[in-house]
Design a protein. Structure first.
Length: 161
């Protein structure tokens, strides 16, 4: 428990440092680019994402993995062993994640009634998008699976692989 909490604190600290660096360079990013072929980075405002956290636990091996994506598309991934990876979503990935993260179905899925899973050793997901929190078991035979949330998790897992 203590190691997981420390990993979480370190991940949030790195995320904060990344945000500080990104915020400090925002004035540079708002200037016209000297290289018109260069793709512009994501800026705050309408291009930003809601903060997203995905936590996957359980399964046969007892995993505890976490993905955190900030408002600019920078991500931090921490696996069960504490191995940490970082990266940046591309502009195309940010657009796709934004479309799913702002999908009104997420709010409906957060308010749905959950029932016990019919699968043994299924992964359990806790997904937070802004202030919305959705939980589900990754069991294909369960009824009422949160399709929009599953699509978001799948996209993030692919983009951060």
């Amino acid at each position: 428990m203590r190691g997981r909490r420390c990993r979480k604190i370190v991940a949030w600290l790195w995320l904060g440092v990344g945000l500080l660096i990104a915020t400090g360079s925002a004035s540079c990013a708002s200037r016209p680019s000297e290289d018109p072929g260069r793709q512009a980075s994501v800026t705050a405002g309408t291009d930003s994402l809601p903060p997203i956290t995905v936590r996957r636990t359980g399964g046969f091996a007892g995993v505890d993995d976490e993905w955190v994506v900030d408002v600019r598309g920078a991500w931090v991934s921490t696996d069960t062993a504490g191995k940490r990876r970082t990266g940046q979503l591309s502009a195309t990935e940010v657009a796709a994640v934004r479309a799913l993260a702002t999908d009104p179905r997420l709010t409906a899925e957060a308010g749905r009634r959950t029932t016990p899973t019919t699968c043994r050793d299924a992964f359990e997901y806790a997904v937070t998008v802004g202030a919305t929190r959705i939980r589900y078991a990754d069991c294909p035979s369960d009824a009422g699976r949160p399709r929009a949330t599953i699509a978001l998790v799948s996209l993030l897992r692919q983009a951060t692989a």
